[in-house]
Design a protein around this ligand. Structure first.
Ligand SMILES: C[S@@+](CC[C@H](N)C(=O)[O-])C[C@H]1O[C@@H](n2cnc3c(N)ncnc32)[C@H](O)[C@@H]1O
Length: 205
């Protein structure tokens, strides 16, 4: 029997509850389907973060780590101290099998995060800012967990970048003096599905 495909449904999700159920159901075949479409964001984000990081020893939180593809790309780029979190237990269970994370925990990033302020040298959020996923407002929460002068890398598809004015929201954070924008690049997101995406690297002030 042909395996159920989930990728197209990802762009039709309307509520966080739909999104939760979607990833719980997709966890088993997520890596296979997404890799078939040559998912580019994990390697693009990891390379961009490595470009601005002072050391491979920094502690990085992979927010919305899913099955661990984004953490594996960080590990391939040399990062050694990676934690991960996600709100889907089924996706986290897959991430546990990757062996690249020091610590994995459940967290809903749209809620107040139970992470002490200024814990991480860097946060990576790959493919998680999206419709009915993690809202752009959560960037402030992500920044709260980062040490002063620490880095935030985000990678997201072009539809959400435009639909939720993510670039403008980043510019507001720059104007408010919260962050410095180090890098912003349009490129591949899921080339197999003909979807482009943006990568941005911010430094917290
Ligand atoms: C497209 S996957 C990306 C996973 C991984 N970062 C990658 O690049 O393969 C989106 C992930 O975001 C998670 N997610 C969506 N909304 C979330 C939320 N509110 N809090 C935490 N995780 C969330 C999903 O469970 C899923 O694992």
């Amino acid at each position: 029997m042909a395996k159920e495909k989930f990728l197209n449904q990802t762009y039709q999700l309307e509520t966080p509850e739909d999104t939760f159920a979607h990833y719980e159901a997709w966890a088993e075949t997520y890596d296979e389907e997404i890799t078939e479409n040559d998912y580019a964001q994990p390697r693009r984000c990891a390379a961009a973060l490595a470009q601005y990081s002072s050391s491979s020893e920094i502690n990085v939180l992979d927010i919305g780590c899913g099955s661990g593809l984004s953490g594996m790309a960080l590990s391939d780029s040399g990062f050694k101290n990676i934690d991960g979190c996600d709100f889907s237990p089924a996706m986290l269970e897959k991430a546990m099998n990757t062996d690249v994370y020091k610590k994995l925990f459940l967290a809903d990033i749209n809620q107040e995060l139970n992470i002490e302020a200024e814990t991480y040298d860097a946060v990576s959020a790959v493919g998680v800012l999206a419709f009915a996923h993690i809202r752009t407002e959560a960037l402030r929460q992500m920044l709260r967990t980062i040490k002063s002068e620490g880095l935030l890398v985000i990678g997201l598809n072009e539809h959400y970048w435009e639909g939720d004015s993510v670039g403008e929201k980043i510019r507001s954070l720059v104007e408010e003096g919260e962050v410095e924008l180090l890098f912003e690049e349009y490129g591949e997101h899921l080339p197999g599905a003909d979807i482009g995406g943006w990568v941005a690297v911010l430094r917290k002030k």
